[in-house]
Design a protein around this ligand. Structure first.
Ligand SMILES: Nc1ncnc2c1ncn2[C@@H]1O[C@H](COP(=O)(O)OP(=O)(O)OP(=O)(O)O)[C@@H](O)[C@H]1O
Length: 300
């Protein structure tokens, strides 16, 4: 069953398309990684799903309802990002106790155990937390709420690497204990890929890929060798990136539509073949069309 369905979703700010004709579905009880470059439209999409923003056109359904102003959606969804605001007079333990009254599946014991694990002073005010500890506290709320739809928009901003790893582990354990639908936007795909089942990659507000993470890990391969030799084996449409170097030598990233036999033939022809990580595949798929950073310096 799909918890989220988007059909031809578009969000424009004046003439600018933050989301552009985006259609996708998210299955119940899956963890989906929302990946894309800065400004790709991730937060816009998540806020529309959460019912915080209205789309300009197209349709979005969450739990079978339009999320904007939907009580069902807000009662079954939590949205965690770095901008969570709480009443200034409340300390952390008061926030957790209040949150317990709001979320139906709230696990108070888990919330306080996590607070203790992270050495957060229960008496401190949320606004006095550092950037990283604020994120830690926000993720405690996101986990303990155990909402059927949990939206995490770059939840680890400012966290140190130990805190990030702890959070990923806690998220996985919690998800296994209480399965729910989780969407998680991140710029650290290499860190989170083992948590994720599916990847939704967006570029310039459009869906670029929506596939299982295991498929993404095999999506592309790197080829290096004689340029003409390589060209004889591949289709130009499959090339994601090409660098020519030395005489007639090339390094290419291509979509992996190559059979085992083909790959064996290429090896025999002296072409070096290497895997491309999920993160690198996403980076090549979302490269800007105006060259690389080196080109900026070449112009000077
Ligand atoms: N209220 C707004 N008015 C005008 N433009 C906006 C507004 N909100 C977002 N945008 C633009 O829409 C685009 C998508 O923004 P969004 O925040 O969804 O990107 P993102 O993928 O979450 O980026 P990041 O990874 O940097 O957080 C950006 O170009 C942004 O400047």
């Amino acid at each position: 069953m799909s918890v989220i369905e988007c059909r031809n979703l578009t969000k424009t700010y004046r003439q600018f398309h933050a989301l552009n004709d985006l259609s996708m579905e998210i299955r119940e009880n899956t963890i989906t990684g929302l990946i894309g470059r800065n400004g790709a439209g991730k937060t816009t999409l998540l806020k529309i799903i959460a019912g915080f923003l209205r789309s300009t056109s197209g349709e979005v359904m969450v739990f079978g309802q339009k999320p904007f102003n939907s009580l069902t959606v807000s009662a079954n969804m939590i949205f965690i990002d770095e901008n969570l605001v709480f009443p200034a007079a409340f300390c952390l333990e008061e926030i957790l106790k209040e949150a317990g009254k709001f979320y139906q599946n709230w696990d108070q014991e888990l919330a306080f155990n996590l607070l203790e694990y992270y050495n957060l002073n229960p008496k401190i005010s949320h606004q006095h937390l550092s950037k990283g500890t604020k994120s830690i506290f926000n993720t405690i709320i996101g986990l303990a709420a155990r909402c059927p739809l949990t939206i995490l928009d770059e939840p680890t901003t400012g966290m140190d690497s130990v805190a990030r790893k702890d959070f990923y582990r806690a998220l996985l354990k919690d998800y296994m204990e209480v399965p729910r639908t989780i969407i998680f936007s991140s710029h650290q795909l290499n860190e989170v890929e083992n948590l994720l089942e599916d990847i939704l990659l967006i570029k310039y507000g459009r869906k670029c890929l929506h596939i299982p993470v295991l498929e993404l890990k095999e999506y592309a391969v790197a080829l290096q060798g004689d340029s003409a030799e390589i060209n004889g084996f591949i289709l130009e449409d499959d090339v994601l990136h090409r660098e020519n170097f030395a005489k007639d030598q090339a390094y290419l990233i291509v979509r992996n539509h190559l059979s085992e036999t083909r790959l064996a033939e290429m090896k025999l022809a002296g072409i070096e073949i290497a895997p491309v990580s999920a993160e690198d595949a996403c980076n090549y798929l979302t490269m800007y069309h105006n060259g690389g950073i080196d080109d900026v310096y070449r112009k000077n």
